[in-house]
Design a protein around this ligand. Structure first.
Ligand SMILES: Nc1ncnc2c1ncn2[C@@H]1O[C@H](COP(=O)(O)OP(=O)(O)OP(=O)(O)O)[C@@H](O)[C@H]1O
Ligand SMILES: [Mg+2]
Length: 247
């Protein structure tokens, strides 16, 4: 069975793309077939893998390319449907659909998901009809939270939005992933227990602050290529083990 996992939080700069790219890479390295879909107009996921494909998700959704043209093989076992500014036009198409606007992405993707073990979605910050489509397509959500800038309020508001979607579509917030953890910062020590109170064992082992994670995208490499010995590689491997254990 394919797992469809979205990396989502309305807040920007929390580690969504870093997580989507490195988790996808780690899953592919285990031999699982992975499709990484970038639903962000900034197209950062492709860039982080050293790719700027001409075609991507927007072309598929607009009917300008078929799946084989729109998806590129980024690495062995890892296919990418790239994001990009043309997704702005997709939002217009969704808004003009006569029926079931929220399921536009699901309907387009349905024929292709069974080919993969994992579909991982990188999402943009903010909240728009494409992000709603992502939640209607996903089965599971992983929410990265940056402890240094975390507003628990923002996170709880996001969980309410998921609850709204759950009235129509079966999706669960399954993983909360603290990112860029720096235990020297007092605030992080205060927030971890609060996260545990709200989310219990859905809180994953944190991804530590690791400068190698922030350097790798400039080289077009994921962390297992750029520095497999780094804390960042270790932490993302650890996360991958946890997710795989839930198969
Ligand atoms: N654990 C970490 N240690 C150090 N730097 C990190 C870590 N995780 C992410 N970063 C860096 O923090 C910045 C924001 O991360 P990222 O781009 O993954 O966030 P995002 O949630 O995708 O942002 P956006 O909402 O803009 O799409 C990037 O420069 C990234 O390289
Ligand atoms: Mg991003």
């Amino acid at each position: 069975m394919t797992r469809i996992l979205s990396i989502s939080l309305s807040k920007g700069g929390v580690g969504k793309t870093t997580t989507a790219v490195n988790l996808s890479a780690a899953l592919a390295l285990t031999g699982r077939r992975v499709l990484l879909i970038d639903t962000d107009t900034q197209a950062q996921a492709g860039k982080a893998l050293g790719l700027r494909p001409e075609r991507g998700l927007a072309d598929l959704m607009m009917g300008h390319a078929d799946f084989a043209e729109a998806a590129v093989e980024a690495r062995p076992n890892l296919h990418l449907l790239a994001g990009g500014h043309r997704l702005a036009a997709v939002k217009q198409v969704i808004a003009e659909a006569d029926m079931r606007q929220e399921e536009t992405l699901s309907a387009v993707m349905l024929p292709y998901v069974a080919h993969y073990d994992y579909v991982i979605l990188d999402t943009s910050p903010g909240w728009d009809n494409l992000q709603i489509n992502v939640l209607f397509f996903a089965q599971e959500i992983l929410t990265p939270v940056n402890l240094e800038v975390l507003s628990l309020d923002g996170l709880i508001e996001f969980t309410h939005r998921i609850e709204d979607v759950r009235r129509y579509h079966d999706v669960v917030l399954r993983y909360i992933l603290p990112t860029a953890l720096d235990r020297r910062v007092k605030q992080t020590a205060e927030i971890m227990p609060q996260l545990a109170v709200h989310f219990g064992d859905r809180v994953c082992e944190p991804i530590r602050y690791n400068v190698r994670l922030s350097e790798a995208p400039a080289y077009g490499q994921h962390i297992f290529e750029y520095d497999p010995q780094s804390n960042g590689a270790q932490d993302y491997l650890n996360l991958t083990r946890r997710i795989v254990a839930d198969e």
